[in-house]
Design a protein around this ligand. Structure first.
Ligand code: AMP
Length: 487
């Protein structure tokens, strides 16, 4: 099939030709005609298969008729990360070059004054992250009642717990007569059910089996113990023919630690996570994209949608907590038909998470045993937790998972972060050694801890002192712990 068979207008076809695309990808082939028919669409396709063009191209066509009014955008695209929002804006510029479209990019960390100026002139396309969007809506700087097309990119992330309150708030300001488009590489059933709430009789388009990984990515695990993780990773990177690599950690704190460790070992490295100042995030990404940095240590903020066309390797320093994040992470390599290699370090704590990933992708991941080292013994199930009602397994899992979840929520909810009163997080210790390349240094030297949402519940104001145990001191006699049978 050719692009000209899809019903796109001459200007759009000309721009597509100039970009060098000769034929539509499967998701484009199926989604573009449906969008042009003004149907709601739920598009599920592997990462790197041309989803962005699948919705931007027909939107440019739809926008060819009509004009934007001040403060009232005609289309709205919500994206979970600033980087992804910026990338979508670049696509609009590329594909819409023969059409006079006005566009605003509303992302946190950028000057609000400039953004307001553009909005007050009227925009056809508004691309935003939810936090900044709500902020401006609440100040009356954006009116959404003229939005004709609403797009949720990386829809499953936008509809998960971190973002859903913001998305619902924004959707409630949209007109009910609109077209809604949802795109994602993964779509769990419960998220899909939630997605239906925003749509009317959506056409579902799936071009790959759900939760599949690209055949062009070779996947391996390497077994290790907790202490040896960094050394195993260094050995792996030195042995592999790494042109450039993204290294994913579950926690921002570990991104910082790993970045420092690589710097100390003289690797060309930069770090990227959601607590960094926006300028530093952009500089880091550009340095990596331009090939000035070989390794990018990052959190899941970089896992979704980023189009870094030539990443040769992905390393999972940690097994992701959510199985579907594995697909997004390794989808940063092997893009647009290229080949790539993905490695994941697995410790004895990770067997359950690994099994969940293998179940989801429908295959076992091969072990690259020559890099594996002896694992720690599997954690013993603790029995202590029993008395307070927790199972031993829960008691064991709780400290680790809680830490990860708290951190993840912060990463996933920039909206809330931007609105909350500032609570400074502890800054990582200043770098002692020079970063391997100037760009990496600039990117990380610039880093400022951003205000972080304080999720702790407020302390209870209660003057009452806890009641003292008079009869037995603070110890409970054993006989009182026995079960009493009531007849
Ligand atoms: P995306 O899934 O939107 O992130 O796109 C992944 C990559 O595929 C990007 O580098 C696009 O420029 C590229 N791409 C999108 N559509 C096509 C196409 N029809 N032919 C070739 N490459 C494409």
């Amino acid at each position: 099939m050719k692009f000209s068979d899809l019903g796109l207008n001459e200007n759009t076809l000309k721009a597509v030709e100039e970009v060098g695309y000769t034929e539509p990808t499967p998701i484009q082939e199926k989604a573009i005609p449906e969008i042009l028919k003004r149907n709601d669409v739920m598009g599920i396709a592997q990462t790197g298969t041309g989803k962005t063009a699948a919705f931007t191209l027909p939107m440019i066509d739809i926008l060819a008729n009509g004009r934007a009014k001040a403060l009232m955008p005609r289309t709205l695209i919500l994206s979970p990360t600033r980087e992804l929002a910026t990338q979508i804006a670049e696509c609009f510029q590329k594909y819409g070059k023969y059409q006079k479209l006005t566009m605003a990019l509303l992302i946190g960390g950028e000057s609000m004054v400039e953004q307001q100026k553009i909005l007050s002139r009227g925009v056809d396309v508004l691309i935003a992250t939810p936090g900044r969007m709500i902020d401006l809506c609440e100040r009356g700087r954006i009116l959404l009642r003229d939005v004709r097309v609403f797009v949720l990119d990386e829809a499953d992330r936008m509809l998960d717990m971190g973002f859903i309150p913001d998305v619902e708030k924004i959707a409630s300001k949209l007109p009910s007569m609109r077209q809604t488009l949802l795109f994602s590489a993964t779509m769990l059933p419960e998220i899909k059910a939630l997605a239906q709430k925003f749509m009317k009789f959506p056409v579902e388009i799936r071009v790959d089996p759900p939760m599949s990984t690209a055949d062009t990515v070779e996947q391996f695990i390497v077994k290790t113990n907790e202490r040896g993780k960094r050394e195993v990773l260094r050995n792996l990177i030195r042995a592999e023919d790494v042109k450039n690599a993204m290294i994913f950690c579950n926690r921002k704190k570990d991104v910082d630690i790993l970045f420092k460790s690589f710097t100390k070992h003289k690797f060309s490295v930069a770090a990227l996570h959601g607590d960094m100042a926006q300028g530093a995030r952009t500089d880091t990404l550009n340095a990596f994209r331009d090939g000035n940095v070989q390794l990018l240590v990052c959190s899941d903020v970089a896992a979704r949608g980023l189009d870094l066309p030539d990443v040769s390797h992905v390393f999972n320093f940690d097994v992701p907590v959510n199985s579907e994040d594995y697909i997004h992470r390794i989808g940063r390599t092997g893009r647009a038909g290229r080949t790539g290699r993905a490695f994941m370090l697995v410790t004895s704590r990770d067997f359950k998470a690994l099994a969940a990933i293998e179940k989801m992708i429908g295959k076992k991941i091969e072990e690259m045993s020559r890099f594996s080292v002896e694992m720690d013994p599997e954690p013993e199930p603790k029995t202590k937790g029993r008395r307070c009602g927790k199972s031993a397994k829960q008691a064991e899992a709780a400290p680790k998972n809680d830490a990860v979840k708290k951190d993840e929520k912060r990463e996933r909810a920039p909206a809330a972060k931007e609105k909350q009163p500032a609570v400074k997080e502890k800054q990582p210790a200043p770098e002692k050694e020079k970063a391997a390349v100037p760009a990496a240094k600039a990117a990380n030297g610039n880093k400022k801890a951003k205000p972080v949402q304080n999720n702790r519940p407020p302390k209870r104001q209660n003057d009452r002192k806890p009641a003292e145990t008079k009869a037995f001191g603070n110890a409970m006699p054993a006989f009182m712990m026995n079960e009493i049978k009531l007849s």
